[in-house]
Design a protein around this ligand. Sequence first.
Ligand SMILES: CC(C)(COP(=O)(O)OP(=O)(O)OC[C@H]1O[C@@H](n2cnc3c(N)ncnc32)[C@H](O)[C@@H]1OP(=O)(O)O)[C@@H](O)C(=O)NCCC(=O)NCCSC(=O)C[C@H](O)C(=O)O
Ligand SMILES: [Mg+2]
Length: 267
Amino acid sequence: MSDFRPRRSVLFLPASNARAMEKARGLAADVVILDLEDAVAPDAKAAARDAAVAAAREGFGARECVIRINADDGDDVAAVASSEADAVLVPKVRSASDVARYRAALGDKPLWLMIETCEALGRLQDIADTGAHGFVLGVNDLALELGARPGAERAWLAPVQAMVLAAARSRGMIALDGVCNDFNDDDRLRAECDAAAAMGYDGKSLIHPRQIDICNAAFSPGADEIAWAAKVRDAFASGDGGVTQVEGKMVEALHLTQAERILGMAR
Ligand SMILES: CC(C)(COP(=O)(O)OP(=O)(O)OC[C@H]1O[C@@H](n2cnc3c(N)ncnc32)[C@H](O)[C@@H]1OP(=O)(O)O)[C@@H](O)C(=O)NCCC(=O)NCCSC(=O)C[C@H](O)C(=O)O
Ligand SMILES: [Mg+2]
């Protein structure tokens, strides 16, 4: 856990929006994603690319900086390969061979992948096996490809979230939940964050500053969890390493792993 990095709140912003990029330097997001793809109008793409590279060079303080490129855009790939972004986010991945192509062009730059096509859902394990660093669920594109009704309740998404998380975790990857477009509905956002956090996601992608605090709270361990984790750690420190009980419930060595993860996040 010593190299643990929080990725609770992952804020998208259009790289064409200078005001948003400046504002992001004062926000409590763990990660900023400078978008060159869907949030940027076609005529603004070239200028946005230059702006993203310059913003990554200036940095975002302690926040991780990721640039989302346009799919199969050679100019974007060339620009981000030599940029100071911490990672590159690739949209609309469909197969492991897609990832291999980006990997060849981007060298050892960490790759985060949008999971937002039906083809990718059928090939998740192959895609996870490529050595990419993270999966980000793209709920809008996925809803479009699946034919889900716009604004529909998220019930359709739960099996997809579980599959994507399992594939990511099988290779120790980051897993980030998809955005909530309805950025004025705090209750809806809180429910989405709580559900994704309970499932095991590291964090959630966001689109608006007002979503950050709710998201950070949901993906941070609560006081009860931290207290439980400390008790588990202490129980194993003084025990023989076998099964024991904490707060009247059985705990085994695997719970120590869980407890250490919680304590690492709390730190
Ligand atoms: C959705 C927005 C277009 C709304 O913008 P706006 O009308 O400007 O909102 P506000 O007036 O409420 O903004 C208040 C202030 O906050 C700043 N702001 C707004 N959004 C951001 C942001 N994302 N990062 C930083 N700062 C932001 C405004 O500049 C205002 O500042 P101030 O001047 O001080 O008052 C807008 O929120 C927006 O563009 N959001 C991001 C959209 C985006 O990046 N979309 C792409 C990713 S979503 C996606 O595609 C996921 C996936 O691929 C999928 O398929 O699902
Ligand atoms: Mg998308």
